[in-house]
Design a protein around this ligand. Structure first.
Ligand code: GLC
Length: 427
């Protein structure tokens, strides 16, 4: 994380303090929300509504959009054990990483309220019987494609990575000749941050190469399928994907795709709502489907993502913070996230809500994608997940950028992960 980002966030927290302190004998709640797409705006609205309803002060602390930078900042705040921030929006892979700093919410959230969410997400958020987070929305990687261009070049929606590569080449050639010199084939999240772990896990898993570390703690990354999947991805750079993709997060990929400069994009469902807004150059020209796999006819696996709301163990207002979390993760707010920005609810009943179903991009595609979604190995690696993820994404980034051969990079990664995992114990 840049020093500048850290400074800006710290400053924004400090500047907010005197106002909140004057407002009450407490300083009110400070909430760290997400900020990809329009989620910051939605979170702000949710917090404001709760504050107006209850008369209790609560405000937002702005945070970096990049997931990995956000984690570093959270860790900095939490390791100081200070009550600077009360409520944290956390990634689905962080309950284990942050477990020592989060409040057990079970005494604060009625059982029936917990049980209305997908059991898999609740189980993900529960460590040693402690419910460390309430689910806000769930996510899965999907493939966006240009319907109009596939029709123009008479190519089917690709179901394998090879087919995607071939189709991208055909369309690029045609479109460049036809006068769009900066046309590309495939954009994704290739920067060295958590998003690359998600993308690379998809290439590997949907090629039959496992999920880095198995559920029982064995390092499984060295195998032929993983090797070939990463080699194929490396062949895209400068060919069907711009070199700049090595520095793309979600929003950079969306920018290129939405402006009409790429045939395919890998992203999360939130991009749909933005692509479909009035004035978007690609409105009504885009389709979504499950990611490709290595074998024709098999659905590729999208990485399971998603965000939760947690309360810091160091908050001096835990009851109020938990109350706000219940509101933010409740049906009204989840429905609003789905309708306004295509974030997938975790409350099962909302999937029977007609308005929600109409708003989500091809709800059947999302359902299929969620069914075959691959989780990152965060449960088994617990506190060490971030080290695992960083080792993996750096190893992949080195191959994509041509610094290392895939075989050497994976062998080195294997050694590193064995060391981090201390013989598969991950303790
Ligand atoms: C999305 C996902 C999250 C993932 C992140 C990576 O926000 O919901 O789980 O870690 O993207 O950039």
């Amino acid at each position: 994380m840049s020093r500048l980002t850290r400074c800006i966030v710290t400053l924004s927290v400090l500047l907010a303090l005197p106002f909140a302190a004057a407002a009450q004998e407490t300083r009110g709640l400070k909430v760290a929300c997400g900020s990809i797409g329009i989620e910051l705006q939605l979170c702000e609205e949710g917090v404001r509504e709760w504050s107006e309803k209850t008369g209790y002060p609560a405000s937002i602390v702005s945070m970096p959009g990049n997931t990995s930078e956000r984690l570093a900042l959270y860790q900095q705040f939490l390791s100081a054990k200070e009550a600077t921030i009360d409520v944290f929006q956390i990634d689905v892979v962080w309950p284990g990483v942050l477990q020592d700093h989060l409040l057990d919410l079970s005494p604060y959230v009625p059982k029936e309220e917990v049980e209305r969410h997908f059991p898999s997400v609740i189980s993900n958020n529960t460590i040693d019987g402690r419910l460390l987070a309430m689910p806000l929305y769930t996510d899965v990687g999907i493939l966006y494609y240009r319907k109009d261009l596939l029709e123009k070049y008479k190519r089917p929606v690709p179901t394998t990575w090879e087919e995607l590569t071939e189709t991208a080449k055909v369309v690029i050639e045609g479109e460049r000749t036809a006068g769009t010199p900066d046309m590309w084939g495939y954009v994704f999240q290739g920067r060295a941050y958590e998003g690359l772990t998600c993308n690379a896990l998809e290439w590997v898993n949907s090629s039959g190469g496992g999920s880095i570390v198995s559920e029982d703690g064995k390092v499984t990354i060295v195998n032929q399928e993983a090797l070939e999947a990463i080699q194929l991805a490396a062949s895209w750079i400068g060919e069907i994907s711009p070199k700049g993709v090595l520095n793309y997060g979600e929003e950079e990929a969306r920018g290129v795709f939405q402006s009409g400069k790429s045939v395919f994009m890998r992203n999360w469902p939130y991009a749909w709502a933005l692509i479909q807004t009035n004035g978007s150059p690609t409105k009504d020209k885009v389709g979504v489907t499950t990611l490709p796999s290595a074998k024709a006819g098999e659905k590729g696996s999208g990485t399971l993502g998603g965000w939760q709301m947690s309360v810091s163990k160091y908050s001096t207002q835990p009851e109020k913070a938990a109350e706000l979390v219940r509101w933010l993760t409740g049906p009204e707010v989840q429905k609003k996230y789905a309708l306004r920005a295509t974030y997938n609810p975790t409350i099962m009943a909302l999937y029977k809500d007609k308005e929600v179903l109409a708003a989500l991009p091809a709800s059947q595609v999302l359902y299929d994608a969620l069914m075959v979604a691959v989780p990152r190995p965060s449960k088994v690696t617990g506190r060490r997940y971030n080290q695992v993820s960083y080792s993996f994404l750096n190893a992949v980034h080195a191959v994509l950028s041509g610094e290392m051969e895939a075989q050497d990079s994976l062998t080195a990664l294997d050694k590193r992960l064995e060391r981090i995992g201390k013989d598969g114990t991950w303790k």
